[in-house]
Write a protein of this length. Structure first.
Length: 273
């Protein structure tokens, strides 16, 4: 395990150095116990880094250690980035939180709601109210993700290839709008493709592609020089391998395409400097 250079001593920003060290030890123990292959921990306060700790390997099969420039997929941590992008447009008065989605994405004007199954198919009803941008941001707009088993809507997501990696946001949303909602908007929380729709909403409101907007308005201003949608060929040696559980109970490189490509059509990985 390695402790990398930090900006200031933790005490200068009101943190305890000994307790922070426990964080590094805790993360390192996951590697020592065989539960993880490698870890990378960073703690900052008031914009000052007070802990940076790496342990283990980014690529076990080729004996590549985790380094301070290792590239990682950030998976669902793309969700807050997308939400920040949309709220920046809210600050510009581009929309109101309680506006219906259909005001900006007309495909959502004729949605139905799946309420169960009958002998002849899915039972449908009209939405009590139209899903709003606020509900979209809070995963309460009626969408699902395609991997749950408690609603026929998820099978429809699979059949329509909603999570297809090769799909852009516009075509993904177009297919999604043809599928019933999994529940009445605003009545429950359900982890979903809502953030994918947030990305498309950013495109519609900004007039830019999602990646262009994020690059120009978030990544470049914040100096996030290693945050992109695809890994350049020259940086592939810095890209950490994805691992998953093996049948024997250990850890092995994952050949699960869903796990390796779990994104919302856009991000592949993220690292901020």
């Amino acid at each position: 395990m390695g402790i990398l250079q930090v900006d200031v001593h933790p005490s200068e920003v009101g943190l305890d150095a000994d307790r922070l060290r426990r964080v590094a030890d805790f993360a390192g123990a996951f590697v020592e116990d065989g539960h993880m292959v490698g870890t990378d921990v960073l703690v900052a306060r008031h914009g000052r880094v007070v802990l940076r700790s790496t342990a283990g390997l980014a690529d076990r099969e080729n004996a590549v250690a985790v380094a301070d420039d290792t590239l990682w997929r950030i998976f669902s941590m793309t969700k807050p980035i997308a939400s920040v992008a949309l709220m920046m447009l809210h600050e510009q008065a581009k929309f109101r939180l309680d506006d219906p989605l259909s005001a900006y994405i007309p495909e959502f004007a004729d949605l139905t709601v799946a309420t169960g199954m009958t002998q002849t198919g899915v039972r449908l009803e009209s939405p009590i109210s139209a899903p709003t941008v606020r509900q979209l941001l809070s995963h309460s707009a009626g969408f699902s993700y395609g991997w749950f088993q408690d609603t026929p809507v998820d099978k429809m997501y699979q059949d329509a290839k909603i999570l297809s990696v090769g799909s852009d946001l516009e075509s993904m949303v177009s297919r999604l709008a043809k599928i019933p909602l999994a529940y009445q908007p605003g009545t429950q929380w359900r982890y979903s493709v809502s953030t994918d729709v947030v990305g498309r909403l950013v495109e519609v409101l900004s007039g830019q592609s999602f990646d262009q907007y994020l690059q120009e308005r978030i990544f470049e201003p914040l100096g996030m020089s290693d945050t992109r949608f695809h890994v350049p060929e020259e940086d592939l040696d810095r890209f950490a391998t994805v691992y998953g559980p093996s049948e024997s109970g250990g850890i092995e490189p994952s050949d699960n395409n869903f796990l390796r490509n779990f994104i919302f059509r856009t991000f592949r990985w993220c690292r901020c400097r």
